[in-house]
Ligand binder design. Structure first.
Ligand code: AMP
Length: 479
């Protein structure tokens, strides 16, 4: 998972990009980067760490221009080496190109081998560089960015929401199934595209709409234009964005995430009601769920856990031992709220089970008499190949174990998950239009050794005016 943003604004973009990335920080804490373009020069600053660690006022002042893109990275492919920090910059036949990507390709190895056989050298170990190579490949024979993106959509298999900065013009596109989110907003003197609407809110902008699956959006100083490059017979929006990944205050593909989680909380009570003294969220991801649960059940919403807000997500820790220690530093109990209480504990998901086991133990140590764990997702039984950091089947606690066994393993008094039908209904779209790979083991794209459901993609012959020859000419004149 990563967060991406692209902005064209006559008032300058480096500070707006920084604020938008700050709002998207939850989508990736490993590295951050910004590229801007002014005159004939592409400026880039990027580094490992949080947005606030990578940038300061002085650095942002050194990134001039009225068009730019930004990225926060959560490594799912490619190792944590400085070369993999985005945006990537390329200089190609007089064009300066920067690119940033959220998602995960599943045919990276094939494409990489094919390009390497042709003599191409790769500088990183990410799939994003493959996307740049496919774009460059198309630009060799055609001057149109639309053709380049069409070739991407034909050749790339997997999930991708991409922003590209090409000589001062921002392009944004989303894979034909719309697996990863991307939306458009209007800001003071221009437009923004961002992974989540909270990026638009951070700039006090106005949400316009989501980028459509298979659509290419072009933003330049004259405004925004778009073309549908590919269409599919279904969408496959990532269900885990609603469960965990997106911020609750974001609107994703037309739906406010908070509403989905609150509704799931209500349904959790309806699906497995239990007598309890308090409804306690696992902060922060369980809060909206617990609000819904408390509302429906009449059980008082009481916080039994406090989160240290100065710590990153525990998942970032590379080893199991580090992850276990991190949970204890990250959360503490409010003992007075838990002592002798029958607690309904509500969280968004159980992946490996480490967090739940630790938390259940802590709550029991604080004196709770019963701990009924309620979970806002169905059991996660299969890995994600499309951009969410999910472990292999052997590490997934619910893969190959029934609910009772998981309950015993995490030490809860009872355990219930939301049924998939209720989750889909809370999101408000047809199950066929969601990627439920991690919950069903059936994926919307072909993946070696896995079950996939059939999707048909059509590539639309377009008429978009994103001819790059004008930029090439300008560049040549200036050189
Ligand atoms: P665990 O069961 O210990 O593996 O951790 C599950 C908890 O981590 C959930 O309650 C989520 O809040 C959070 N979580 C779930 N999926 C992810 C992910 N892909 N990356 C980071 N955190 C996650």
């Amino acid at each position: 998972m990563c967060g991406i943003v692209g902005i064209v604004d006559a008032g300058g973009v480096s500070f707006p990009l920084y604020y938008a990335l700050y709002a998207l920080q939850h989508r990736g804490q490993e590295s951050a980067g910004i590229s801007t373009f002014e005159g004939t020069t592409l400026y880039t600053h990027k580094g490992q760490g949080l947005v606030a660690e990578v940038f300061n006022k002085h650095i942002l002042q050194g990134l001039p221009g009225t068009a730019g893109i930004g990225h926060v990275r959560y490594p799912t492919t490619g190792s944590k080496i400085p070369e993999n920090v985005q945006p990537f910059k390329f200089h190609y036949q007089g064009l300066d190109l920067a690119i940033a990507h959220n998602g995960n390709l599943v045919n990276t190895a094939e494409l990489r081998e094919e390009y390497e056989r042709r003599g191409q050298i790769f500088c990183t170990t990410t799939d994003t560089e493959i996307i740049a190579s496919v774009i460059a490949d198309a630009l060799r024979t055609s001057k149109s960015m639309e053709d380049a993106v069409r070739l991407c959509m034909r050749r790339l298999r997997g999930s991708y929401a991409v922003v590209a900065l090409v000589n001062g013009v921002v392009y944004a596109f989303r894979d034909p199934l719309g697996i990863k989110p991307l939306c458009i907003g209007r800001i003071d003197h221009g437009y923004i595209v961002a992974s989540e609407s909270v990026g638009i809110d951070a700039l006090d902008g106005t949400f316009v709409r989501d980028v459509r699956p298979g659509e290419l959006v072009c933003i330049d100083k004259d405004g925004l234009s778009s073309v549908q490059v590919a269409t599919a017979n279904r969408t496959a929006h990532c269900i885990f964005e609603y469960i965990y990944f997106a911020r609750a205050d974001s609107i994703i593909d037309g739906t406010l995430v908070y509403d989905v989680r609150r509704k799931i909380g209500q349904d959790l009570y309806d699906a497995s009601p239990i007598e309890a003294d308090i409804a306690c969220p696992v902060p922060d991801s369980g809060i909206a769920y617990a609000a819904g649960y408390a509302e429906r059940s009449g059980t008082p919403f009481v916080e039994g856990l406090m989160k240290n807000r100065y710590m990153g997500r525990t998942f970032i820790m590379p080893t199991q031992q580090q992850r276990e220690r991190a949970v204890r530093i990250k959360l503490n109990t409010v003992r007075g709220n838990l002592k002798d209480k029958r607690v309904v504990l509500i969280d968004d998901s159980i992946v490996r089970g480490t967090t739940s086991r630790r938390i259940v133990n802590m709550i029991r140590d604080a004196g709770a008499s019963e701990i009924h764990l309620r979970v806002g997702s169905p059991p996660i039984i299969a890995p994600c190949y499309l951009g969410v950091d999910m472990p292999t089947r052997t590490e997934l606690i619910a893969s190959g174990q029934d609910v009772e066994a998981v309950c015993g393993s995490v030490g809860a008094t009872s355990l219930a998950y939301i049924p998939l039908e209720d989750l889909v209904e809370a999101i408000g779209c047809d199950e066929r239009n969601l990627c439920t790979g991690c919950l069903t083991g059936c994926y919307p794209v072909e993946i070696n050794g896995e079950k996939s459901c059939h999707c048909v993609v059509d590539y639309v012959a377009g008429t978009h005016q994103s001819d790059l020859s004008a930029f090439r000419g300008e560049k040549e004149r200036t050189a």
